[in-house]
Ligand binder design. Structure first.
Ligand code: ZN
Length: 212
């Protein structure tokens, strides 16, 4: 028997094959039926120990345009948020992190913006005051911590927020990771400094290096 995976810490929603099922009916013996709120046709029954006792029939399906399947990234994001909330003030974590949707939209917007104007030399790179800051927890934090403005091809730029510094201080381990393919053309590589907390890694600092 397979153990159920709860979607939320309150155990009011379960995650079954990447779909969210809500608590539907509870028997006196503690057996709970969970059902997809969108199609109302997919349901799973869980015993009071949290084991799945009845799964949907093989020929039953969610409705394609109605039910929302979570991507592995969305599931990973939720797990990361829950892990942080278990270790730190849950309200603070909720405030500090954007919703999964906001994070996704922001990433894709920034990606399309940056790919349009990919400069070849760091000489022409000027970071505006607006881009030196990052919005975390409804509060502007300094994000650009270091820029040597080197004009001879050895530019070094470091981004790191106050929140990231706090996470780094609580880290059990640090990892440094070099990325070459994804770095803007003017830089040789992006080094990311990750904090490891309870076997999970969090990227904290972004170091752009023009030279090796
Ligand atoms: Zn459904």
């Amino acid at each position: 028997m397979e153990r159920v995976e709860y979607f939320d810490p309150e155990h009011s929603i379960i995650l079954y094959k990447q779909y969210k099922l809500h608590k539907h009916t509870e028997n006196t013996n503690g057996i709970i039926r969970w059902r997809c709120q969108s199609c109302k046709s997919i349901s799973v029954t869980i015993d009071k120990e949290g084991f799945i006792v009845r799964t949907p029939a093989n020929d039953s399906n969610h409705r394609v345009n109605l039910c929302k399947k979570l991507s592995p990234v969305q599931i990973l994001y939720r797990e990361m948020v829950q892990m942080l909330q278990a270790n730190y003030d849950p309200n603070l974590v909720a405030e500090a992190l954007p919703s999964e949707e906001t994070a996704r939209v922001t990433c894709s917007t920034n990606k399309s913006k940056s790919s349009k104007k990919d400069l070849k030399s760091s000489l022409s790179l000027e970071i505006s005051d607006e881009l030196k800051l990052i919005q975390i927890s409804n509060q502007q934090q300094l994000f650009l911590r270091f820029d040597n403005y080197d004009k001879k091809g050895d530019r070094i730029v470091i981004f790191l927020s106050d929140t990231a510094i706090e996470i780094l201080q609580k880290a059990e381990e640090y990892h440094l990771d070099g990325k070459f393919k994804n770095s803007p053309k003017m830089f040789y590589q992006i080094l990311t400094l990750h904090a490891v907390i309870q076997n999970q890694t969090f990227p904290c600092a972004y170091i752009f290096l023009e030279k090796k």
